[in-house]
Write a protein that binds this ligand. Sequence first.
Ligand SMILES: O=C(O)[C@H]1O[C@H](OP(=O)(O)OP(=O)(O)OC[C@H]2O[C@@H](n3ccc(=O)[nH]c3=O)[C@H](O)[C@@H]2O)[C@H](O)[C@@H](O)[C@H]1O
Length: 411
Amino acid sequence: MRVEVEEEEEMYPSTPGKVKVERSGAAAMSRQVHRCFASTGTMFLWALLLVAMTATYLSFRSLGDTSSSRSGRRRRRGAHCSLALRKRGDGVVGIDNFNSYYDPSLKKARRALLGSHGVFVVDGDINDGRLLAKLFDVVPFTHVLHLAAQAGVRYAMENPSSYVHSNVAGLVSLLEASKDADPQPAVVWASSSSVYGLNDRVPFSEAHRTDKPASLYAATKKAGEEITHSYNHIYGLSVTGLRFFTVYGPWGRPDMAYFSFTRNILQGKPITVYRGRDHADLARDFTYIDDIVRGCLAALDTAGPSTGTGGKKRGPAPYRVFNLGNTSPVTVQALVAILERCLMAKAKKHVVEMPGNGDVPFTHANISLAREELGYKPTTSLDMGLKKFVRWYLSYYGYNRGTHAFRNHLS
Ligand SMILES: O=C(O)[C@H]1O[C@H](OP(=O)(O)OP(=O)(O)OC[C@H]2O[C@@H](n3ccc(=O)[nH]c3=O)[C@H](O)[C@@H]2O)[C@H](O)[C@@H](O)[C@H]1O
């Protein structure tokens, strides 16, 4: 049986014991988990989205059930990881703290969607070791997909301790629970393109140096790579770190540029567009959620087993790091132009020099390693991905005005 749990971390401080899984609660959860499982329950999707908002999912899957669940129907594009896992028969338990880094109602709406697909999401914190231990007692998770984090590059200057709390302390808490578990799960977790920091060799390759982070966010992700390595080395935990490149799409994070620009353009409010000190446009290797979902599933599927039991290493276990990007950087100005086309509205652009707040001028992924070892192959252009995002946005936020025109325009 393989289990994934997703959790969203809470804002500082942690809340140990906040979620009590008493014996009866544990039994209920066990029943629920097995119900999910019996109905080929799984989730995930939000994994990516929750990366941003600090979420983690552990998923479980019965090894004996894979054939029936793997008939592999990809029903609709834009399906999230959770649905992809569910469709193929994986079972998943999520854990999310629904913090207020951004609108919790969006997080709750995601949970409702997951619930309707048989995915149980625990309201708890990955810093709560007792809760994690109880979860591992109840379900022999085979995999942990850890996407919980305090995300956002620039917010780190406002609330630095939240990054240490979630991305360092929370990660250690989860690794402690994982290494103590029997069986030990394989861990796949969200690192970040930001670890490349001031590296100016392009495209960014896993072989490049990552010792010059430009933000505290990046530094905590880099720390995570070192921390997971030590758990791999000492306890035999199988670890895969995924360096995501500016992930976007439906149900995404309102704090990100593509999302907040969309909101402001629709509301007729100005947007601030950063540019480089030499007046060069900033660029990102924007990567669509569905491509990332495929990368995550491939990472789970190819993760070798952990070798330890009960905190004791029995032999070497795999330690892997992959870039998951799109390999086509696009300037922020071009992103705005695409949104203007999709929304049929002009942005009120306020162009300013990039403040010294942790931002980097560009990102560009070399994905050869992921292509070779995960079969990862992104297929979504920014044009196409933003069209899908805008379609979702208009529908989710109930934009009725001009719906017909939008629908024709975006089809
Ligand atoms: O790959 C990652 O690892 C990270 O990706 C994402 O960071 P970024 O690439 O910085 O995305 P995002 O904020 O959308 O800014 C995009 C562009 O718009 C520019 N930008 C931004 C805001 C603004 O008001 N104006 C502006 O020009 C800005 O200068 C930038 O050039 C995740 O947020 C982060 O959590 C992490 O996952």
